[in-house]
Each structure stands twice: as structure tokens, then as C-alpha cells.
Write a protein that binds this ligand. Sequence first.
Ligand code: NAD
Length: 486
Amino acid sequence: MAEHRLFIDGAYVPATTGRMFDKRSPVTGEVIGRVHEAGREDVDRAVRAAKAALNGPWGTMTVQERATLLQDLSRAIAERSEEFLEAEVADTGKPKSLARVIDIPRGAANFATFADMIKNLGGEFFRTDTPDGSHAINYGLYRPKGVIGVISPWNLPLLLMTWKVGPALACGNTVVVKPSEETPHTTTLLGEVMNAVGIPKGVYNVVHGFGPDSAGEFLTQHPLVDGITFTGETRTGEAIMRQAAKGLRDVSFELGGKNAGIVFADADLDKAVEGTMRSAFANCGQVCLGTERVYVERPVFDEFVARLKAGAESLVLGGPDDANVGMGPLISAEHRDKVLSYYKLAEDEGATVVTGGGVPTFGDARDNGCFVQPTIWTGLPDTSRVVREEVFGPCCHIAPFDTEDEAIALANDTDYGLASAIWTENVSRAHRVAPRIEVGLVWVNSWFLRDLRTAFGGSKQSGIGREGGEHSLEFYTERSNICVKI
Ligand code: NAD
């Protein structure tokens, strides 16, 4: 059985608390790992190691040397991709066919991309006239922010963690990562790769544990942490913001969503159905960018519902190793209970259950896992909780609309503002509608198509700030203006 220790100052160490917690397989419910729970003292050691590393060899490396190390790291992850794949699917239960093309390669790419980008980071320059008839020159420089606290979720563990660690290290920072308690494996494994490629000790540290009164809280409260980057639930973001307020640490938050898909009657329905299938059911619906509300123009409503139903009913459910499996389990029994409570609530609120709504049976060990059926509802009012709250499961509600303005108003009628997918073959309509959706990311005729140089993040309650490309570099650096009087 895997045992996950903390990774502090380049070494795997047990937690001083002496406490461990179980990691269970989402596929069978069996205990597959034991995880050391960091206490305040362990977190303090990790943060101090990260602080000290800023003044070690890492702090004096040239940008080129740092970028080369991160390229090596990216290659080393790719070389050990089968090991990372096994670790990731054991923790999450997601199909290997998905993790092999998304999670692991993106984990490697997050280092290579920002290694390239940091080499081209420019600066600003101003010549300023002065009253004595001479002038001054002003130029801007970027410095690392310092020690970055990274708090990551369980849905895309390696991908979302490295999405933060990649640019943070590229900018010369050091990090202390607190992965989700549900997915400790790949973050721990990455420590080995850091050592193997020669990243100096103390640059990358890992503390395991939970949020409140545990490693997450201790890390985000630590006075030597200079910036906090977090991906997770909106309510957790609020708690972290309170914890980070003392000492005024900068925060970058990627939070929850209740994303709308809009399908116009002029859409290519094949593409719209295929895209919505992925956006509603990929990763068992546990994608922050996923579509939980679908609005379909009335002339194609019935056909769209019928085709999405057929798609959902054709999905094969099962564990990671079966090549035919299209959907794995939810992450944990606790999360399954939450999702099932929404399945029940939808019926209580008067939904028509088009398909699903329950738990599949297999007649084997998977019956002890965390599977739920892919589920589609219609007929709920806009005020219902199921239409307003993030479920984070393989489900969506489909409602009809009659006009473009109505579709936009429905899409925007939410506290969240992360992502939206618009399906139309009318290019003018696409450009007219997309800017009016109050979200950080709009896809037209696609979903989850990502260029890592673009801004990523949410508005309203879906986030604070943007990461991606220069936006990541902005968050992970401090800017100094140097003014030289001539
Ligand atoms: P979560 O908020 O429950 O946990 C995320 C992390 O925060 C975990 O590591 C957890 O231990 C830690 N944590 C919890 N309480 C804390 C506290 N008080 N102080 C410090 N750390 C604390 O989220 P989750 O359930 O792991 O992930 C699912 C959520 O993440 C969904 O809401 C989803 O929409 C969101 N998400 C957003 C994005 C995005 O890019 N916007 C991406 C993926 C997931």
C-alpha cells in the first residue's frame, strides 16, 4: 500500500504529528494509501525551507539556467508518464484513456510552456523630462514574489497543481504545495522528479492534510508565505481570503462555476451534442469548466434532448483500465452523497428526469465504489437550487429559449462567471453573443480547447485574478521601477 510522506527541503519525511489518514479507491472503496498529516510545525518547516531556498543556488540562477531545469523537469515527467498515470488513476478512478491525453501531458507541458515564456519576459521603459532640463530613465524589473502557497483540488490533481507550480518556479519563486487530501499521489511523486533533475532542495515542498485546522489553514496563515494561489470551491476561497488577510498576502483564486451551454437552432447539432456530452460528463462531471446548464433554441430542443439522452445512455461506466469506459466514478463517498442529494433535490423540485438519477450496479467490487449515473433533467424553474448551485457531478439541466437576448439573460442569471460554450454556425451571432456572457472564458463551437498563453479564470464568484501566459507571470512576480536621474 502506498505511503505518502511530506516532501520538505528535498527529502521525504514523516509528519511530526504522528497522524496518518486513509486514501480510498473511488472505484472499489478499498484503502489504497496512507497519508501523513502535516501539523503546524511541519508546515512551518516547509515554509522556512522554501524561504531559505530563495537565498540558495536557486536565487542566483540565470533565467536561462532555470528555464533549462524546468524543460528537464517537463521531459522527466513525460519519461515517467506511465508511473504518473498509474498514480493519478489510482487516486481519482478516472479512465486511463482520459488521463493519458489530458492530465499527464498537461502536467509536463505546464513546466515547458512557462520555461519558454519566462525567457521572453520583457519590461517597460520611460524617458522622463526633469525640471532642471535634464531627464531620468525609468525601467521596470520583475522579481520573484517569494514563497508561494499552492492549494490544489482533486479533480485534475497533477494538471491543476503544475498549472501553478510551473509559472511560480519559472519566475524564480519557491513553493509549498498542499494537494487535496483525496489526491496526494502525483504531487508527492513529483518530489522525486525534482530531485532527479537537480532542482535545488527547498524549492518544491509538499505538505499533506486537510483544510480547516490542518495543513491548508496553517499554510495560508503562515506569515512567511508571500502569495497564495488556490483552486477549489468558492466557499473555501472565502475562508482562505480571511486566512490570508493577516499580513496582506496576494491571492489568485480559480473557483467554482455553474456554466451555461447555449445551443442555437443554426448550430451543427453533431458538434453541439458531442461537445456537450464532454462538457457535462467528462471526468464524471468533475470539471470546473463543465456545463451544468444547457439552453437550447426551441426548434431543436426536442432533438437535442433526445440525442444527449442517447449519448448519456451509451456511456460505459467503470474503472480506469477498461478501454471502453467513458466515465469513471466520483472522487469519494462523501462527494457521491453530495451529488446524490442533488439528484433527489431535482426530483423534489419537480424535474423531469430524462435519464439517470441513480446509482449503477455492477455485481462486483465496483458496487462499493463512488459511481453515479450520468443524469439529464428538464422542466426545472430558473429559481430552483439545482439550476443555481454547482453540483460538480455528471449531470445537466436543459431548458428551451426563444430569442438571443433571452439566452444571454439566462446564461448570465447566476452568481458564477467561469465559462460558457456557444454552439452556432452563424459567425456574426457568435461574435455578438460571446462578449455579452459574463464569464472569464467563452468557447464557440468547442469546449476545453486551451492555449496556455491565454488568460484563464473566472468573474463574479468564480475567481479573483487570471492565470495563464503573461497573467501568470504577473501574479508570480513583483515589479520594481528603477528611476535613474541623468
Ligand atoms: P475544495 O475547496 O473543497 O478543496 C480544495 C483544496 O482546498 C483542498 O486541497 C482542501 O484541502 C483545501 N482547503 C479546504 N479548506 C481549506 C481552508 N480553510 N484553508 C486552506 N485550504 C483549504 O475543492 P475541491 O472539492 O477539492 O474541488 C472542487 C471545486 O474546485 C469545485 O468547486 C470546482 O468548481 C473548483 N475548481 C475550480 C477550477 C477553476 O479553475 N476555476 C478548477 C478545478 C476545480
